[in-house]
Design a protein. Structure first.
Lengths: 142, 113
């Protein structure tokens, strides 16, 4: 099953995306904790898209595509914004004491911690696609 | 995001209601800054009615906690995390550097110890 949404760069978008992700997570059969994980990862990715990719420009929008099968959900965020180098994002030291903790970088950290696959590519026509996959731990083998 | 503030026994308590994300983080940061400018140094942030927190929210908590501890001999303590919010603190490692309490009364009492 696949659903595609187009969202504008505006203040209500993140909350709406959270609701959409929750509804599709329930339909796909994920449990509450897994749905929470997916909601946070998608929120972080969309926030990066809005703030960095699309520079908070209210005249722009982006696409959220959600596809699920029995044991996994695949979420893609597609936009034509600024280039982004996923490999260059600085790793967060979560063991650092408070005074040494850096302020940024947690968003990507959460995405990698909560999702099973993460990748980012730029297609030939310039469309940027941020793809995340979450597999059910609660699924039983058939 | 709804923000309620109350000061009792020299402790400024801030109660949030709603999502704590990139859209609402600035409001919360501003609320803290106003109280700090007013002389408050010891805070409790109660998240009982916060069903969702993103890195933008943690960023505000981290900035304020660092400022209070390093510059003003104060502190920011957290109370009443919902399970999914607690998980976010754990994944970020902030549960090891901030004082977090299961309920508001325990957080208040911690300032007396």
């Amino acid at each position: 099953m696949m659903l595609t949404f187009t969202f504008p760069v505006e203040s209500t978008t993140l909350a709406r995306i959270g609701e959409v992700v929750r509804e599709t997570g329930i339909k796909a059969g994920f449990n509450e904790e897994e749905i929470g994980d997916i909601q946070l990862a998608v929120d972080e990715a969309c926030t990066n898209t809005i703030l960095h990719g699309l520079k908070s420009d209210p005249n722009r929008n982006f696409e959220l595509a959600v596809e699920w099968q029995r044991h996994e959900i695949v979420i893609c965020i597609k936009e034509r914004g600024e280039p982004f180098e996923l490999s260059k994002v600085k790793k967060v030291d979560i063991a650092a004491p408070l005074e040494a903790r850096e302020i940024g970088g947690l968003g990507i950290h959460f995405i990698y911690q909560l999702m099973d696959e993460v990748d980012y590519r730029t297609e030939e026509d310039g469309l940027k696609v941020f793809r995340m996959v979450k597999r059910k731990k609660s699924a039983s083998a058939c | 995001m709804n923000i309620e503030k109350k000061t009792e026994n020299g402790i400024c308590q801030i109660f949030l209601e709603g999502r704590f994300d990139a859209n609402t983080a600035n409001l919360v940061e501003q609320a803290f800054k106003e109280q700090i400018q007013g002389g408050e140094r010891h805070f409790i942030l109660d998240l009982e009615n916060v069903p969702f927190i993103a890195s933008a929210g943690l960023r505000v908590i981290l900035v304020i906690a660092k400022q209070l501890r390093s510059q003003q001999n104060g502190d920011l303590r957290i109370s009443n995390l919902q399970p999914n919010v607690k998980k976010v603190f754990e994944i970020s490692g902030l549960n090891n550097v901030l004082k977090i309490f299961d309920d508001h009364a325990a957080a208040m009492a911690s300032y007396s110890q």
